[in-house]
Ligand binder design. Sequence first.
Ligand code: UDP
Length: 180
Amino acid sequence: MAQAVAQVQDYMDEKKNVLIATANAEMIMRATHDEELRHILNEAALVVPDGAGTVWAAHHLGYEMPERVAGFDLAQELMRIAPGKKQRVFFFGSAPGVAEKAKAKAEELYPGIEIVGVRNGYFSADDEPEIIAEIKAAKPDLLLAALGVPKQEKWLYQHRDELGVPVSIGVGGTLDVMAG
Ligand code: UDP
């Protein structure tokens, strides 16, 4: 976790528009038959092991992987650091009303945090230009996308150049959990 957090901080400082994926066994198995997802995971700046299964499999294959880094936990660690570094965070995804509740929770847990925008994850292709414009205008340093796997990874990858956000992470059910 400490290594992942430090790496994400570097990416934010470098402002290179990177994608980070949090891979559990389900995502990795999906990537074996979903070529687009596989490509995205291979292109991602960082893929953290979101699950004991991923850590086990890495060890089994002979890779060093010290511990599990769950997407939820990584998001919390980054939000804890954000106020001190004046990093701006955008919540995109989950059902209408959920991201607003997650924002209130984040403001309670991490005083001073700047959640510079929220947008639910239910949209049509026609809505996408407006969503992209909204995210761009908010100028976040960190975009947490909760659209589920693999929609969030595909959406972030597809729009990464237009979005121009230093770090984007697909975080699955994180906003739901935060909203309670
Ligand atoms: N979601 C969304 N748009 C969609 C489909 C799903 O915003 O078109 C949200 C859903 O409301 C939930 C999250 O994506 O908040 C998916 O959570 P889940 O725990 O299912 O994530 P996964 O297991 O796919 O990582």
